[in-house]
Design a protein around this ligand. Structure first.
Ligand code: ADP
Ligand code: MG
Length: 964
């Protein structure tokens, strides 16, 4: 009752990237969610015959080809010579599929695929030499009407059955024409990125190998489908960007042997349950560069096939030969041009867009002879061996019957061949079948059975899907280049800036020292000038003074000679008068001196202002320097920010690669090379050899990634402030939680608690959806279920359910609760906390995915209850009935979605097993549903459970009798 929720949440890059990267929101081819319940629910879309014909492998859209063959019965009932009318109409295809590849759950338009029915051509071999003789007197058992695309199988001389095919190829049809109508459209489709299959079916000796595998060594015109297909592929690809590799195998007695390496004789089939892709990682893959090397491969394969069959004592007609051509094409994104060289801003990164890689596969199968080995010993085999030899072919027949009849169960797993071809019938591949018949009336029985096989195969509907994914590897390379460029540009600018600062500083210093020197020089000059002047004037004054002195002495002497005998007083008077007489001259001198001094003072003042001026300019310059310093600091800050941005970018890159790795792993289960090389580019580690076990290789790499990023760090980001970061982180955690191996680590690191917290703390519906999905995945283990309950998880989920709008959110929440419903120990608590009510509340959204989860939860709950009642632990009415689930159960017991129906049928059977519930069930009209289930349910086990329950219950018996 538990099933694995698988998610791939396309991660949105935060900040500027989210707006420009085109990968956001586009579901990848690899994101097809796939589960067992989806497989059984898988109802292919209704397809209009005309639409199907328009895309038909045979491409012919003539009036007659529009006739959809309603099976042999239709054709057989046609009156002879009556014209066949075109019958177009809507036809529901098989609900299950050999492939199941997931048309199933994806609701997105991009993923829906193109309807394409399996195309069937019939080819008649010309009579061979032996038949010419032995059947000389008899007419051929078949008659072809190629223009009407009809084949008549003679019953006796006067009556025959008529069958329609997509193409009828007479014994005269050339190999070229056979290739063109049978295989060419498939090959073209493979070149466009779809998977394709070409198969030949028929009795041994009717020309399967001639049609498919003829090399045409001697006669170029005889080249078969394999050779011509490779010619077209080589012509259609560009080997510079694209690659072609082939494997060639033989399937015999449920063992796959490598025809390119005979020692490799037990190759296993690896299926990716998430994408439905099938691969044979153990088979030798040879890269094809030219047609010659391909022919060599085919010849080598033929030689090994012959040797292997000799060793096994069998004929090649008993084994299936399988050629697998893997094509990897590179489709350049529209805006992928990297920005111009000189642009240095982050803008440039915005324009990056990942390219797309198309990985399609062409499978060409030369089936074993369709005739039965009735007896053991015919080829020296025991009965057991004989059974095993036929196993794959008869399983293929059964699957095709089941698909043609829209049966709910397709026994794909019964044989290796059907597992290998799961994509070819009812899957996503374009498939073309050529059935080969011989003309001899002696083999009428085998011919008739071959025709019937072809008729049934024509009813199988496929859903063609583009096998395309983003080329994260080259995107990551381009981002790396951009990063390097940005870093280099930044360093260059930094250098220029620093040089400029240095230059300016040097210039300022030089100017400053010049100014200082000039000032000192000027000062010195002035000083010496005034000193000189001062000294000169002193000297002049002294001279004058001496002269005056002398003059006064002379005058005195004269006076003395004139006035002899006069007293000293007049002398004294005279001496006193002398300076008085000199006074005007002295005064003049003094005035002059004063004026001079004033001039000097003025000069000094001017010099002082000059000095102040130069000081001011010095200050100005130093403030300029401060400004420049600040700019430098700003620039350093800017650099830091850029480095942080780079760090962020790198972490996104890492993230992107984690997802790319996840995607790739889903796409190529076993395609270890891609995965590893993707991780390689991330981890810069040497490429691991191809022969490594891919599974462990992947896990190791994931483990390394864990180490690099750190789970705790990722979990801590769940509480980040930036909403983008939170969404991003929760998606990463959800993707990790989808991997069983990571679940324990996530819970140990507190991830479950953080996820539950997100349900209350966040308002964002995306976060709710993703977190609930992760919780649903974690809720698969019993321990985690208890943890979820203990942390009040049911209430949180219920609240989320009541506020959610998006069906996918509801699906996740319902899935989580449904998982909890399957735990015997938690029944009472779950119900007490409103788990059942929450489930029932979600049916307001009528999306089948949600209903299916609700139904699953109810079935889980009913089953546990039924177990508890049987063990005597529980008595009384079912809690489901107490909580009012019964009316919904009854209403939906015949829901058109098989997954809803199946769970409810089971729930009803469990509820009906206890008398305590019978009254309510009878009143609620559940008896009728039980009766219907016991009669019509396509599942044998449920049908008989319902029948047993009805017959063993007295109340039900009484009610049925009452109702007659
Ligand atoms: P199968 O693979 O179905 O057992 P083969 O391809 O080996 O049959 O064919 C048996 C024989 O019939 C071969 O010798 C082959 O060359 C011949 N043959 C088959 N189909 C044709 C055809 N359309 N024209 C000429 N010869 C044919
Ligand atoms: Mg053959």
């Amino acid at each position: 009752f538990f099933f694995f929720f698988f998610f791939f949440f396309p991660t949105f890059l935060p900040s500027q990237f989210s707006r420009t990267l085109p990968l956001t929101g586009i579901p990848l081819a690899a994101t097809v969610a796939f589960s067992l319940s989806d497989l059984s629910r898988c109802s292919h879309s209704l397809t209009l015959d005309l639409a199907a014909m328009a895309t038909s492998a045979f491409g012919t859209t003539t009036a007659t080809s529009n006739y959809r063959n309603g099976g042999a019965a239709n054709a057989r009932n046609l009156p002879k010579n009556s014209s066949v009318k075109s019958k177009t109409g809507v036809r529901k295809s098989a609900p299950g599929s050999l492939g199941g590849g997931g048309a199933a759950s994806s609701s997105s338009k991009d993923d829906a695929g193109v309807p394409g029915r399996v195309r069937v051509a019939v080819r008649l071999r010309p009579r061979n030499a032996e038949e010419m003789v032995a059947d000389a007197d008899f007419a051929d058992c078949v008659e072809l009407q190629p223009e009407l695309k009809r084949l008549k199988l003679r019953k006796n001389n006067w009556d025959s059955d008529t069958y329609e095919f997509d193409e009828v190829l007479t014994e005269f049809a050339s190999q070229k024409r056979v290739y063109e109508v049978v295989a060419k459209p498939v090959v073209e489709s493979v070149l466009d990125g779809y998977n394709g299959t070409v198969m030949a079916y028929g009795q041994t000796g009717t020309g399967k190998t001639y049609t498919v595998g003829q090399l045409g060594d001697e006669d170029m015109a005889a080249r078969g489908i394999m050779v011509r297909a490779m010619e077209d592929i080589l012509a259609g690809v560009s080997l510079e960007t694209d690659s072609i590799s082939v494997s060639y195998m033989q399937l015999y007695m449920e063992t796959i042997q490598d025809l390119l390496d005979p020692t490799n004789d037990n190759i296993s089939i690896v299926e990716d349950h998430k994408t439905g892709d099938v691969s044979l990682p153990g088979a030798t893959q040879v890269e094809i560069r030219d047609h010659h090397s391909f022919l060599e491969i085919l010849k080598l394969g033929e030689d090994h096939r012959f040797a292997a069959n000799t060793k096994l004592n069998t004929e090649s007609s008993r084994s299936h030969a399988i050629l697998m051509v893997n094509l990897r094409r590179f489709v350049k994104g529209k805006d992928s041009a990297v920005s111009s060289e000189n642009s240095s801003s982050l803008q440039t990164v915005k324009s990056l867009k990942p390219s797309v890689v198309r990985k399609a596969k062409l499978v060409v199968v030369d089936l074993a002879g369709s005739e039965r080995i009735h007896k053991s010993g015919s080829e020296g085999h025991t009965l057991e061996e004989a059974k095993s030899i036929n196993l794959s072919l008869s399983a293929l027949g059964k699957c095709i019957n089941a698909l043609a009849e829209n049966s709910p169960h397709i026994p794909v797993r019964d044989s290796k061949l059907t597992r290998l071809l799961r994509d070819s019938f009812g899957g996503t591949a374009r498939t073309s079948l050529v059935i080969t018949v011989g003309p001899s009336p002696r083999h009428r029985g085998e011919t008739a059975s071959t025709i019937m096989f072809g008729q049934r195969a024509m009813k199988v509907e496929n859903m063609l899907k583009l096998k395309e994914e983003f080329d994260y590897k080259s995107l990551s390379r381009r981002l790396d280049i951009q990063l390097d460029k940005l870093i280099a540009e930044h360093e260059r600018q930094q250098k220029i800036f620093e040089d400029e600062i240095e230059r300016l500083t040097a210039e300022a210093e030089r100017q400053l020292s010049d100014a200082e020197r000039n000032y000192v020089q000027a000062l010195e000059k002035e000083r010496s000038k005034y000193q000189k002047e001062y000294l000169e004037s002193i000297k002049k004054l002294e001279e004058k003074w001496i002269m005056n002195q002398r003059k006064s002495v002379n005058d005195e002497n004269k006076l003395r000679h004139k006035d002899v005998g006069s007293n000293v007083l007049p002398n004294a008077k005279e001496s006193k008068v002398a300076p008085m007489e000199e006074n005007p001259e002295m005064k003049k001198l003094l005035e002059k001196e004063t004026a001079h001094r004033k001039a000097v003072e003025e000069e000094v003042w001017t010099l002082k202002t000059q000095l102040a001026e130069s000081r001011r300019s010095e200050a100005l310059q130093s403030s300029e320097i401060v400004k420049l310093r600040k700019m430098l600091d700003d620039e350093a800050h800017q650099k830091e920010k850029l480095e942080m941005e780079i760090g962020k970018l790198q972490s996104h890159l890492l993230q992107l690669s984690v997802e790319a790795d996840e995607t790739r792993r889903q796409l190529d289960s076993g395609g270890s090379e891609e995965v590893l090389s993707g991780l390689d580019s991330l981890l810069h580690q040497p490429r691991q050899p191809q022969s490594d076990n891919s599974e462990t290789g992947d896990k190791e790499s994931v483990a390394k990634l864990f180490e690099q990023v750190g789970l705790h760090k990722i979990l801590s980001l769940l509480e980040a402030e930036d909403a983008d970061v939170r969404i991003h982180a929760v998606k990463v955690v959800a993707n990790l939680a989808a991997e069983e191996a990571n679940q324990e680590k996530i819970v140990e690191a507190g991830g479950l608690t953080s996820l539950l917290k997100l349900l209350i703390s966040s308002e964002d519906e995306t976060i709710h959806r993703v977190a609930a999905g992760a919780i649903a995945n974690l809720a698969m283990s019993e321990t985690n279920q208890e943890l979820i309950m203990a942390q009040g998880g049911v209430r949180l989920l219920s609240n989320t359910a009541s506020s959610a709008e998006d069906p996918q959110t509801l699906r996740m929440v319902a899935g989580a609760i449904a998982n909890l419903c399957g735990n015997d120990k938690l029944q009472m608590k779950l119900r007490g906390e409103g788990g059942i009510k929450a489930l029932l509340g979600m049916v307001r959204c009528r999306h089948p995915d949600v209903l299916s989860q609700v139904a699953r939860g109810i079935a889980n709950f009913a089953k546990c209850e039924s177990r508890a009642s049987a063990q005597g632990v529980k008595a009384g009415r079912s809690l489901l009935i107490e909580d009012g689930a019964l009316p919904w159960i009854v209403q939906n017991a015949n829901n058109e979605a098989a997954s809803v129906r199946r769970h409810i049928e089971l729930a009803l059977c469990h509820l009906a097993q206890h008398e305590a519930n019978s009254r309510d069930m009878i009143n609620g009209g559940a008896v009728w549903e039980m009766v219907r289930i016991s009669r019509d349910c396509p599942r044998e086990d449920i049908r008989s459970l319902a029948h047993r329950t009805l017959t063993s219950s007295h109340s039900f018996q009484a009610e049925m009798r009452r109702l007659g």
